[in-house]
Design a protein around this ligand. Structure first.
Ligand SMILES: Nc1ncnc2c1ncn2[C@@H]1O[C@H](COP(=O)(O)OP(=O)(O)OP(=O)(O)O)[C@@H](O)[C@H]1O
Length: 567
């Protein structure tokens, strides 16, 4: 019943020694980290050394074509030969009858893709800091005659210390001799260099320099320079070098100059890594930190932090020089710093979120629900609370206490209004293509919340899209409140969920009298309520008591509830 009873999955590596002796090394398979085109990635703990790594698991069934096999072998061969602080460490690899396992240095802070999705764009100080790390890794790679050929934000992993680690050497190549040209067309559309598309002259190290320019532009502007909705048009724009700097994004002259100098069609005219490092963008008289604080995963660096590196920040002269500190705020929680911060609390560990979902699903019958709040954004300073449920539906609790919940495929939605003396929720169902005019603004807001929330969720869930289910859509957030320490949701299926600032969670089903507790490490256990209250786990009992207190204050004192609901 409780998750604690479940046995961990053990993966065994068979080691055959030269003398024919066989020994077994065991790894405990832990949290799901993410998946790519070929691999699924999990945390692995060596049972021998207790060392934690990220294990890319590639099914042998996916390697039937010789090209796929060759690609994996090249990736392993190149990656295992590399040792640099800004390159994902290659630990080890082995195979069993079903899979190839590649054990890599674990990067706990996802990739720069997720970072930019949360932040929209970065300040110039941050861009300087990240680019210098990439340049350091690239100098090392090129010095070893390796071209990465797929430099992009999704291949820049972030370690627990916030260092960039370049990963995914699936498209990398090692030149046999200086001056050799490669002809294989590879790369990722937005970042691919024009000479790769052209294919006639072959390509070399300069393709990585081009991608570095695309990365610099993307970090500062918030989207890649040649991006369009279809790949062919993107390729045409790359060939024609058709991009511009948006007027609404404040960029320093030095940053624009650097990007313009890098994004040059003729690869021989692009600057070298040494020239890039010597460019004025990196030499504006400010100190560039080696790494950035983890808070910048979600929020721009504070003015006091910036002051340490950039003299004059906070005064009127701070943005007048070359080192313009481009502020970055996601479009939705723009006016709500609190919303942004809290969204971060909820999303900064999608790894844990994925595990959480999987585990709760298996223990779901005990808690009486399969549905809980997976992600939210508090924008009650203007409109309300947006959220996504674990069944994939999206809802908004508006400040006027009306609620909308959109069913999973996004076709139908339910609208709840409090009516009558009892102030009961009355529900109407509409199609997204056909609804009363007066709901127009709310539907627009719902769509905004949805695209904002889905940005992250699509990335890190690994579940099949769910079928439309009429019952699912009727579950929605009926009440919510915030306190100094937590946010609390009461769902229409009577589940109460409290997410604390310190990442612990309580999910309480008063009907089945079960409680699920997620501790600070993200470990989840389900207990009968009575035993949970008596438990020796003080961390949990304290939070459970707190939950009961705010729940009763919410139920017994509607005025208090209204007060708490105020942002
Ligand atoms: N070192 C790591 N630390 C933490 N997570 C990782 C690490 N390496 C990979 N991952 C996770 O696993 C996912 C898949 O890895 P990766 O993109 O390398 O697989 P792939 O199948 O080779 O990808 P692609 O389709 O880009 O070739 C990543 O998106 C990331 O979420």
């Amino acid at each position: 019943m409780a998750q604690a009873d479940e046995q961990p999955v053990i993966v065994e590596e068979k080691i055959v020694r030269v003398n024919g002796e066989i020994s077994i090394r065991q790894y405990s398979k832990g949290r799901f980290l993410g998946k790519g085109g070929f691999a699924r990635c999990y945390e692995f703990t060596s049972m021998e050394s207790r060392k934690l790594t990220a294990s890319k698991i590639v099914p042998k069934a996916s390697l039937t074509k010789s090209r796929a096999k060759q690609k994996l072998m090249t990736e392993i061969k190149i990656h295992r030969s590399l040792h640099h602080p800004n390159i994902v460490g290659f630990e080890h690899f082995f195979e069993d009858s079903e899979n190839v396992y590649i054990l890599l240095e674990l990067c706990t802070n996802q990739t720069m893709n997720e970072l930019l999705r949360r932040r929209k764009r970065l300040t110039e100080l941050e861009t300087q800091c990240y680019l210098l790390q990439v340049i350091s890794a690239l100098s090392y790679l090129h010095g070893h005659r390796v071209i990465h050929r797929d430099l992009k934000l999704g291949n820049f992993f972030l370690s627990d210390k916030m260092e960039i680690k370049i990963g995914d050497f699936g498209l990398a190549t090692k030149l046999e001799f200086d001056g050799e040209k490669k002809r294989t067309i590879c790369g990722t559309p937005n970042y691919i260099a024009p000479e790769v598309l052209d294919g006639k002259q072959g390509h070399s190290y300069e393709v990585d320099i081009w991608s570095l320019g695309v990365v610099a532009y993307t970090l500062l502007v918030g989207k890649p320079p040649f991006e369009t909705s279809d790949v062919k048009t993107t390729y045409r724009r790359i060939r024609m070098n058709a991009y511009s700097f948006p007027e609404n994004v404040p960029l320093s002259e030095s940053s624009k100059n650097l990007i313009t100098r890098i994004l040059v069609t003729d690869p021989t005219k692009r600057p070298t890594l040494t020239e890039i490092q010597a460019h004025e963008f990196f030499n504006q008289g400010n100190t560039i930190p080696k790494t950035l604080p983890p808070s910048t995963l979600a929020c721009p660096p504070s003015a006091s932090y910036l002051r340490q590196f950039v003299p004059g920040v906070g005064s009127s002269s701070s943005v007048s020089g070359n080192l313009r500190l481009t502020e970055t705020t996601p479009s939705l929680p723009k006016t709500s710093a609190r919303g942004l911060k809290d969204d971060f609390i909820n999303t900064d560990r999608p790894v844990r979120k994925e595990e959480t979902n999987r585990q709760l699903r298996s223990s779901a019958s005990t808690v009486g629900t399969e549905i809980w709040v997976k992600k939210w954004v508090d924008y009650s300073s203007k409109y309300g609370l947006g959220y996504t449920l674990s069944n994939g539906s999206t809802g908004v609790f508006f400040n006027d206490s009306t609620k909308i919940v959109l069913n999973i495929p996004g076709i139908r939605f339910k609208y709840f209004e409090r009516k009558g003396a009892e102030k009961q929720d009355v529900c109407n169902t509409y199609l997204l293509t056909d609804y009363p005019k007066e709901l127009q603004k709310k539907i627009t807001l719902l769509q905004h919340f949805r695209s904002y929330l889905e940005g992250d969720i699509k990335q890190d869930t690994n579940e099949k899209p769910q079928e439309e289910n009429a019952d699912d859509a009727t579950i929605y957030v009926k009440k919510w409140m915030r306190t100094r320490h937590a946010i609390m949701f009461r769902l229409s299926n009577k589940i109460v969920q409290v997410n604390f600032q310190d990442h612990t969670e309580i999910i309480l089903s008063s009907e089945s009298r079960m409680v699920t507790y997620v501790n600070k490490k993200g470990e989840r256990n389900t207990f009968p309520l009575a035993s949970a209250l008596e438990s020796s786990n003080l961390e949990m009992t304290k939070r459970l008591k707190y939950t009961k207190e705010i729940l009763s204050s919410m139920l017994n004192n509607p005025k208090q509830q209204e007060k708490d609901l105020e942002p």
